[in-house]
Design a protein around this ligand. Structure first.
Ligand SMILES: C[C@H](O)[C@H](O)[C@H]1CNC2=NC(N)=NC(=O)C2=N1
Length: 97
């Protein structure tokens, strides 16, 4: 996919207004959110849904799973930081919950 510019600080603040559960991770230049489910099967089902969204968007999360918890970090390597693609995927992920 073609290169894309990272969001400015002002654009980031504006975008995060719509994503109150996500926090900007300065070190990783991305946005992060933790999810907790009732058990592993629910967590993994959620991850499967996210994986389908990610593949469709050709935009993939950095994530980890421990039993019922899923940690997601969204950043755009092609932009060297946070981009509109991360914001769009975060909104799609939130819509699953
Ligand atoms: C070649 C391929 O389209 C790119 O590597 C895509 C794939 N998935 C991606 N995912 C994320 N999170 N950031 C990217 O820059 C990115 N780039």
């Amino acid at each position: 996919m073609a290169a894309i510019s990272p969001l400015s600080e002002a654009e980031r603040s504006a975008a995060l207004q719509d994503l109150p559960q996500w926090t900007y991770d300065k070190d990783n230049k991305g946005i992060a959110r933790s999810f907790a489910f009732g058990n592993f099967v629910e967590a993994f089902g959620f991850m499967s849904s996210v994986a389908l969204l990610a593949e469709k968007a050709d935009h993939h999360p950095e994530w980890s799973n421990v039993y019922n918890r899923v940690e997601i970090l969204l950043t755009t390597h092609d932009a060297g930081g946070l981009s509109e693609r991360d914001i769009a995927l975060a909104k799609q992920i939130d819509a699953l919950i």
